[in-house]
Design a protein around this ligand. Structure first.
Ligand code: GAL
Length: 364
């Protein structure tokens, strides 16, 4: 197997892949050549759209029907799904990890079978066995969220102080740390000079994290923050890392008497351009910003990488030095996230055919 791995690294992926597919437990090599297993975290938010899109692109390219699984946001479920893909003889694994650091043993098994492993959206950490990483510039996502808060409140020019509270995502998702770092680095100078105040004192990833990206926990935390620190309703912004939480946070704010139509409604950020959030942004009725990560482009970049690998070409990489997974810098292909707010949602999301106006109208 080592020989095959070396051949893969030497750029003869196509040939190596065919011979490796022949080693698989069941099925014949011709049927399995290019067989892809896709493991996504759960059917919430963006993931289902992406799963369907990836599946379609792979089928349209004439590759074998991929195996697509959603991990129900449960690490053990995701590991057994990957084990089963390995047993089925996958040649490529495309994985958005639920827990970035728990896949070492299962990926070692995959490597022993000659599988090429692509970390999708989330870096897979603490294993030498990840070959490539495909994602958006996750740090930049956090920068864009913080910049929106700074610009909306005109923090650079006003004297403040502005009261802001921070949320971060699941600490087991490598992206959560990067989003948070990007945001905190951007807000930091205003926190130091006292223009931005975080009354709760919760400024660390550990104190702002929502384990497992569990929506209800973001609701509970927002309620606690408001009850304890903002009885006077003097909260100016909530840094929410993803739309998943943002709309829930808006609801809590409204329940606590903040008026979503008024200028004093806190600036709530987001990420993913979920259609319900886009509707809020369009109508000015709650969440004010999101970060658009064009998942069509991510799926297409994945497809290009799979095609390059099956045809024996070195895939396109545009970052070799940012994503240290604890073992190595994983060669990455990163896409740019896009700032979306009241001024450009139509241009970015409707004119690019990501959503039709009807879809936004119909969003609940
Ligand atoms: C992140 C992902 C985001 C968001 C979040 C919650 O890893 O990059 O786009 O969806 O998970 O699922």
């Amino acid at each position: 197997m080592q020989l095959s791995r070396r051949r893969l690294l030497a750029g003869s992926a196509g040939t190596a892949a065919l011979s490796l597919a022949g080693c698989s437990a069941d099925g014949d090599s011709a049927d399995l050549a290019g067989f892809v297993g896709i493991a996504l975290p759960g059917i919430t938010g963006r993931w289902e759209i992406e799963g369907n899109h990836l599946e379609r692109l792979i089928k349209d390219a004439g590759m074998p029907e991929p195996k697509l699984e959603y991990g129900e946001e449960d690490v053990d479920t995701q590991i057994s799904q990957i084990e089963s893909m390995i047993r089925d003889g996958v040649e490529f694994l495309v994985i958005a990890a639920i827990d970035s650091s728990s896949l070492g043993p299962v990926l070692a098994d995959a490597k022993d079978q000659g599988v090429t492993i692509i970390a999708y959206d989330r870096l897979i950490r603490d294993t030498p066995d990840v070959d490539y990483y495909l994602s958006f510039d996750n740090y930049q996502v956090g920068v864009l969220q913080a910049e929106h808060i700074i610009e909306s409140l005109d923090i650079s020019n006003e004297t403040g102080p502005f009261h802001v509270e921070l949320f971060s995502g699941d600490p087991e998702d490598n992206n959560a740390e990067l989003f948070f770092l990007g945001s905190v680095d951007t807000l930091e100078r205003f926190i130091y000079d006292g223009k931005v105040r975080i009354r709760s004192g919760q400024t660390e990833q550990s104190t702002t994290a929502i384990d497992g990206w569990v929506l209800e926990n973001s609701v509970d935390r927002m309620e606690d923050l408001l009850d304890e620190f903002y009885p006077e309703h003097d909260l100016d912004a909530v840094l929410s890392p993803a739309d998943l939480f943002s709309r829930a946070i808006v609801e809590v704010l409204v329940d606590h008497g903040f008026d979503p139509g008024s200028d004093s409604f806190p600036v709530v950020t987001g990420q993913d351009a979920n259609v319900e959030s886009v509707k809020d942004i369009r109508d000015g009725t709650g969440q004010a910003q999101t970060v658009f990560k064009d998942t069509r482009e991510l799926a297409e970049a994945t497809m290009r990488m799979l095609t390059d690998l099956t045809e024996g070409r070195e895939p396109e990489i545009n970052d070799r030095g940012s994503y240290d997974n604890g073992f190595k810098f994983v060669p990455a292909y990163l896409l740019e996230p896009v700032q979306v707010d009241g001024s450009n949602w139509e241009q970015v999301l409707v004119e690019s055919d990501y959503f039709t106006m009807e879809e936004i109208d119909e969003a609940a």
